[in-house]
Design a binder for this molecule. Sequence first.
Ligand code: COA
Ligand code: ZN
Length: 320
Amino acid sequence: MNMNNNVWQGAGRRIHLQEVGTRDGLQAESAFVPTEDKIALVDALSEAGLSKIEVTAFVSPKAIPALRDAEQVLREIRRQPGVVYSALVPNVRGAERAVESRADELNLVMSASESHNQSNLRMTRDTSFAGLAEVTRAVQGTGVAINVSLSCAFGCPMEGDVPVQSVLDWCQRYVQELGAHGVTLCDTTGMAYPTQVTQLTQAFRERWPDTELTLHFHNTRGMGLANVLAAMDAGADRFDASFGGIGGCPYAPGASGNVCTEEIVHALNLMGYNTGVDLTRLLAAASRLPALIGHDVPSQILKAGQRLDLHPMPAALNDS
Ligand code: COA
Ligand code: ZN
């Protein structure tokens, strides 16, 4: 229940937050977070009320050793009804591992930019698309949902701007040729800015009103929350975010953290939106991260507390 005076602004509109910290976040860390701690973190996030959790990635353990325990994590978490448990997969091998470990959704990934696709996945975009098609055929009939994430949809750190038409053409192929139930437009290295976000979100919503659209922003240049608000105004209602604000693609120069889940929840709750997230529980989960990954995290709310966490008057003033 939102008790603040500005509750009317969001008028209780439902905004879905999808936690990607245990995948996008932990993949970028040099420390290996012990499997039982990963499971405890996912369980805490489930209880905090996130709509979807991207639990892990079924990628090559040589490429991303931090997530080499994907099977065990996905199998041993305590699932909450209504929460969708997703996993990133790069190929058929990954899809088979994820389905066996009872993923609800596979998050397939390719890049809008040829250079980033090559550096991240070591193949051309056309080869990647053929691979995604192979994965969707391989899991047909299993009931597992398919989401496609398009990296660098708002710009590439090696190529610069990516034409809007090219992004929409890829989306068209995911929806029509792959039958994807969802598409995620990813701002892999924080190049998106609000007016650009408005344009792409509107264009997507107009063409595919029935496809689940997620926006995935990184806060690399401080525009994360502004981009979320711009996307909401343009009709988006689903966002990826990382608790603690951790994250970043290891194959994208200059990448840094996702938009921070607790910062987005804190802002949206104040504005009267219904995120369904219990901020206190979310903060408790995020506060465990520095000890587990061995360094401080970007989250401003962990540092500053919530807006109305008041402080005592300075003792010197009380004494005088
Ligand atoms: N699960 C487990 N192992 C996998 C795998 C998967 N999904 N896909 C490939 N492998 C293994 C292969 O068995 C092979 O192992 P080996 O060297 O012991 O024989 C090794 O990885 C290389 O496989 P290959 O088919 O030659 O693929 P590649 O080297 O071209 O790797 C990727 C392609 C994309 C699968 C790999 O680079 C990867 O997983 N990258 C991670 C991408 C990522 O997560 N990026 C950040 C998120 S966007
Ligand atoms: Zn990302």
